[in-house]
Structure formats: C-alpha cells, structure tokens
Design a protein around this ligand. Structure first.
Ligand code: 8OZ
Length: 362
C-alpha cells in the first residue's frame, strides 16, 4: 500500500502532470470542413485543462483511416494548424495534451472512403456493427483484406501523423490499439484470419500493432508515445480466443520498446468491468512505465487501485463531457452533472462547450 493521492503531481516521461486524472479520448464528431478541428474544439479542451493529462479524440492518420462522419484528421496542413490552436489553448491554461492516432480499419463505410473504395481490414470479414455517416447510423461496409505490400504504407501513415501531432504542439501521442479498430482487428483472431506474417500466431497477430508502436516511438521518442489497449472488450464486434496470451505478449514487447504508457480499458468499453476473465493486475506488472486505468472508475475505486499499486493514472471519459472541472469536483466530492446523450455526437456548442464549471472562471 502507498500514500499516493489522485490529486498530487506525477511524472509522465519528461512531463510533470498536475494530478493523476486523465481525460480519456472522446469522439464528438464536430470537425469542420476538411476535417479540421475548429475554434470550439480549442475552447472545449481548454475548459478541461485542469486534468493532469488530456487525450484528444481519435484522429485519422490518413483519409482511409476514417470511419465516422466529421471526425478530425492530422494529415493535412490545415488540420495541423487547427490542432495548433487546441494545443496552444490547453498549454496557456497549464494543461498537457496527447493526441490519439486512429485507423478504423473495417469500421467504416464506402461513403467515407477515398474513391468510394471498400474499407481495409486484416481479412474480408464485415463487422457486425454500425457507423454514423450521412447523418444516420448504417451497417459498416464489407471490407477488403489489406495486401501484404500495403502494410508498410499504414505504418508510415502512423509515423507521419505522429510527427504532425508534434508539429501541432501535442506533448505526445496515444496509438489507438483498442475497441475493435484496425490494430485491435489484427491482434484478435475473430477479425484476423490471415495466413501470412500478420496472422495466425500470437506473435504474428501482434506484429502490426508493435510495428506501428516502434515506428511512432522512433519518430517522436518513446517518452512521448503511449498506446490504448482493450484486451477483452467486444467493442465494434471484435472477439479474441486468447486475450491473456495475446496481450501479455504485446505488453512485454511494448515494455521493451520503453514507451511511456499503456492505457488499458478494463472490461467492455463503457460497459461492465467483468465482461470476461482477465488478469489486469498481471498485465500491469509486466509494464515498468506508466499504467493508465480506464473504465467505470469513480474516485473510490481509483484511490483503492492507486493505493494497491495497480495503476498510476486514471482516465475518465463520459464524466468529463458534462463536468469540465471534473478534477475539482472529484477533489471536493461535489455532485457530478449528467451528460445529455442527444448532443454527444455532432452539432455545435450545445452539449460541447456549454457545460458550466462549479466555480466561475474555471
Ligand atoms: C464512440 C463513437 C465513435 C468512435 C472508440 C473512437 O470507441 C471510438 C468511438 C467511440 O474508441
């Protein structure tokens, strides 16, 4: 047991965070023309800058990486300039901010893909889920399997996006390796039926995620590289027959790479923590750097797990939407405001930048 508290500063690579509370990446579908984050995004993130670390929403590394309407990118100069306004606004308030880098793989639709092409995936297996496009929910499209010689291009897109994020002023990046998107699709045998070097064994299925992590760490430094994992989450119709073996192996390799954090969705994303048996404490022990725990945390659970040494930082998602001053509210045990689900995805300031802080000026 230790005497650490959630409200003390903490080191993350070369950064000092003001506290151990992290704002999880949250998809809000409010990017403007050209998939550029706008002025409202700068205001929204700045309002939440009292978190020890903000992880900005999942952001496409390329046009092919998009799976939902109006999600931002980080592959054009205009997008980089838009993100620069966000990072400046957060840094002006003393905050720290990473960007989550995303390729959705098969969770996409032909109407979002360049040239109306099929989305790409490890194997040509359609996910049993929907996406949001043309202002409505529709089944995702049938994907095509990535050819072996296309894989270096995907890795290069992550590398370039990481460099772009740093030129936009981010303190680091989080690779989205979770929730049934491309890297998780490769890692899990429900979506990956390949017979080449990227499918079959635990090692082969981990290969793309690890090659992306290696490229990003090489590009911007391991101390600025984190990754999100969701070993047992069924999000977006994904399944895995051997999550413990698969993610123990992945985390051993990530540890050897020396990246700064793993951000682990414990259980079903946004759902039950006990969806399937998994030894998250064992996973944590395999990783020597920072462990960010996520999923269904409140102050009590976070404090218990911090004291027991099971995690270093705690990511809160939905509570940050309706409580821009979540850190202060947790600290003072103030009531939390409820989120309006109707304004979660898309729209403007309503349900985005108009949730008030308890104390004026925050
Ligand atoms: C909600 C809606 C769309 C995308 C994730 C990026 O699950 C997402 C996402 C969440 O990681």
């Amino acid at each position: 047991m230790s005497n650490k508290t959630l409200f003390e500063s903490c080191t993350l690579g070369a950064l000092t965070l003001a506290n151990r509370i992290v704002m999880a990446p949250l998809t809000r579908n409010r990017a403007g023309p050209g998939l550029v984050p706008g002025e409202l995004a700068a205001e929204y993130y700045a309002q939440r800058a009292s978190a020890g670390l903000l992880i900005a929403e999942a952001t496409q590394v390329s046009p092919q990486a998009q799976g939902y309407q109006d999600t931002p990118g980080v592959y054009t100069d205009a997008q980089i300039a838009g993100w620069r306004k966000v990072t400046d606004a957060v840094h002006d308030k003393g905050g720290r901010i990473f960007l989550q880098l995303w390729h959705v793989g098969r969770i996409s639709h032909v109407d979002l893909q360049p040239g109306g092409a099929a989305p790409v995936a490890p194997s040509a297996i359609r996910a049993p889920t929907k996406t949001f496009v043309n202002n409505r929910f529709v089944d995702v499209s049938e994907p095509r399997a990535l050819a072996l010689d296309e894989i270096p291009g995907v890795i290069a897109d992550f590398r370039k996006a990481a460099a772009n994020a740093i030129s936009a002023g981010f303190d680091g990046v989080e690779i989205h390796g979770a929730n049934g998107y491309l890297l998780d699709q490769f890692a899990k045998d429900g979506a990956n039926k390949r017979t080449d070097a990227y499918g079959g064994s635990v090692e082969n299925r981990a290969r793309l995620m690890l090659e992306v992590a290696e490229a990003v760490a090489d590009e911007i430094g391991p101390e600025r590289t984190g990754i999100r994992l969701s070993p047992v989450s069924p999000a977006n119709g994904i399944s895995c027959s051997d999550p413990q073996a698969q993610f123990d192996y992945i985390v051993d390799k990530l540890d050897a790479l020396g990246i700064v954090y793993i951000h682990v969705v414990e259980g079903a994303t946004g759902g039950p923590r006990d969806v399937a048996p998994f030894d998250f404490e064992g996973l944590r022990r395999r990783f020597s750097n920072i462990y960010i725990a996520n999923n269904g945390y409140d102050r009590d659970l976070a404090e218990t797990r911090l004291a027991a040494g099971h995690a270093d930082l705690f990511a809160f998602g939905r509570p940050f939407i309706s409580n821009p001053d979540l850190v202060e509210r947790l600290k003072t045990a103030a009531p939390l405001a409820e989120m309006d689900t109707a304004t979660l995805y898309g729209g403007g300031a309503a349900g985005y930048t108009d949730y008030p802080a308890l104390s004026p000026g925050d």
